[in-house]
Design a protein around this ligand. Structure first.
Ligand SMILES: C[S@@+](CC[C@H](N)C(=O)[O-])C[C@H]1O[C@@H](n2cnc3c(N)ncnc32)[C@H](O)[C@@H]1O
Length: 440
């Protein structure tokens, strides 16, 4: 975290991040690099909030501009940042307008100060009428791109309205407790003694949901790895994989290692290989495991090229947590709404099919593979798994372990299980399917 910037400096840094995401297609993390003050939690919160509501705020602001095309991307981003504060923050509107006017100088467009002032003052006065009209459109009201709203309605006609709403909520901070070191109820007491309230999630026996998000640096037990931050839906992975001590297990798309740590805590004694394509992300796995005090064999390689890393010994269990559209985690990464394009799910599906095919060649007969995504698009989930089942004669669907919990509102699919944002379980969106290689 940096030092606390002024309101104008916060707006200026947030506007640069918003511009990077909305106009240059960068992720928030990429857009944040090299921007003064961008690491400050205040800047991040303002930028994420603006991105969350960008597709509602921008049409309203554009109605107030005589020539929207003449406004530079950075100024437009600054206007959305200020408009977000006006609509969604407790700060007095006047203060936000003044901060935005001051910020024009900081983003290099001082001559736009009068325009920013006029447009934002009108926005403050006229926003109720503007939104009364614009909000008639579901994509604008929920600040999602039209095509994504249509996809969600097609795939999930009943659930889509709740999903769209949930995507705009502030996500809960959920901890995973390493129960080999601290019982969950003891961890809850330890938190309470520090004034940190939490609740146990009934169906996820390692999960504690904090009443309020906080910095991990202030969490007791975090530095020594007794707790980690992980959505409750992700905490299902080790239960569904159902590995046994002594087994050879492959975490095939492992970085940054969230589920790697969960697997080792759930089943100490497995021989775990954690593999990822991206070397800088393998470093993150190493850091995570160091904090947890756990060990795995770390490999930087392309899963699609087993000849580069495989010793020929099959794995009894494989977790395949593939790259995906991330449409299940929009509430945590609102930039996804602006970064995804209509063809992305199909492109991910092709990659996912290749990764699944390769992973299956490494699986022992009788072995179990858990396919996982944080996508809510059937194209990347049951359709990828269905195509593999049709193509590979020695593959069959394996049931989930009998002791595996069923999160409230989880949707059984033709193959596998879908957790949806907005369902009663309150998790991110995840898809899981268990597959087994036959011994015949
Ligand atoms: C969804 S993320 C994995 C998240 C991780 N399992 C966790 O829980 O922290 C997908 C990962 O797949 C990796 N990946 C993409 N293509 C790959 C390939 N061909 N071989 C191995 N890893 C790959 C990406 O680098 C990325 O880290």
């Amino acid at each position: 975290m940096g030092s606390s910037p002024s309101a104008a400096a916060t707006f200026a840094a947030a506007a640069r991040i918003v511009e990077g995401v909305a106009r240059r297609g960068q992720s928030v993390d990429a857009a944040t690099r090299d921007i003064p003050h961008a690491a400050s939690s205040a800047v991040r919160a303002v930028a994420l909030g603006t991105l969350r509501w960008y597709l509602r705020l921008l049409p309203a602001l554009r109605r107030l501009l005589r020539d929207p095309a003449s406004v530079t991307p950075r100024l437009e981003s600054l206007l959305t940042v200020a408009a977000h504060q006006v609509v969604y923050a407790r700060t007095a509107a006047e203060v936000s307008v003044n901060a935005a006017v001051d910020a024009t100088r900081l983003i290099g467009v001082p001559r736009a100060a009068p325009l920013a002032n006029a447009v934002l003052r009108r926005f403050v006065r006229e926003r109720a009428e503007l939104f009364a009209e614009l909000d008639q459109s579901l994509p604008v009201r929920t600040a999602h791109p039209d095509w994504l709203v249509q996809r969600l309605l097609d795939a999930w006609p009943r659930q889509a309205p709740a999903m769209l709403e949930a995507n705009n909520e502030h996500p809960p901070m959920v901890l995973r407790v390493d129960r080999t070191r601290t019982a969950r109820h003891a961890m809850r007491e330890e938190l309470r003694a520090r004034g940190i309230e939490s609740r146990e999630i009934q169906w996820a026996d390692t999960a504690l949901e904090l009443a309020r998000p906080m910095s991990v640096n202030e969490l007791p037990g975090f530095a020594e790895g007794r707790v980690s931050v992980q959505d409750a839906g992700a905490q299902l992975a080790p239960v569904l994989l159902d590995a046994r001590p002594g087994e050879r297990v492959l975490d095939a798309c492992a970085a940054p290692g969230g589920k790697t740590g969960a697997l080792l805590e759930h089943t100490p004694g497995i021989h775990l290989t954690a593999l990822d394509l991206a070397s800088e992300r393998v470093v993150r796995i190493a850091e995570n495991l160091r904090r947890l005090g756990r060990e795995a064999r770390l490999v930087t390689a392309d899963l699609r090229r087993p000849q580069d890393f495989w010793d020929g010994q099959p794995y009894a269990r494989i977790l395949l947590d593939v790259p995906c559209s991330s449409t299940g985690v929009i509430r945590r990464h609102p930039d996804i709404k602006l970064l995804r394009r209509p063809g992305d799910a199909a492109a991910f599906a092709r990659q996912q099919g290749e990764l699944l095919h390769s992973a299956l060649t490494l699986l022992a007969p009788g072995g179990r593979l858990l396919y996982a995504t944080c996508s809510v698009c059937p194209e990347e989930n049951e359709e990828v798994v269905g195509a593999a089942l049709a193509a590979e004669s020695k593959l069959r669907v394996a049931g989930f372990p009998p002791h595996a919990p069923r999160p409230p509102g989880a949707q059984p699919r033709p193959v596998g299980l879908q957790l949806l944002p907005g369902a009663d379980a309150g998790t991110d969106g995840f898809y899981y399917a268990c597959l087994e290689k036959t011994t015949a």
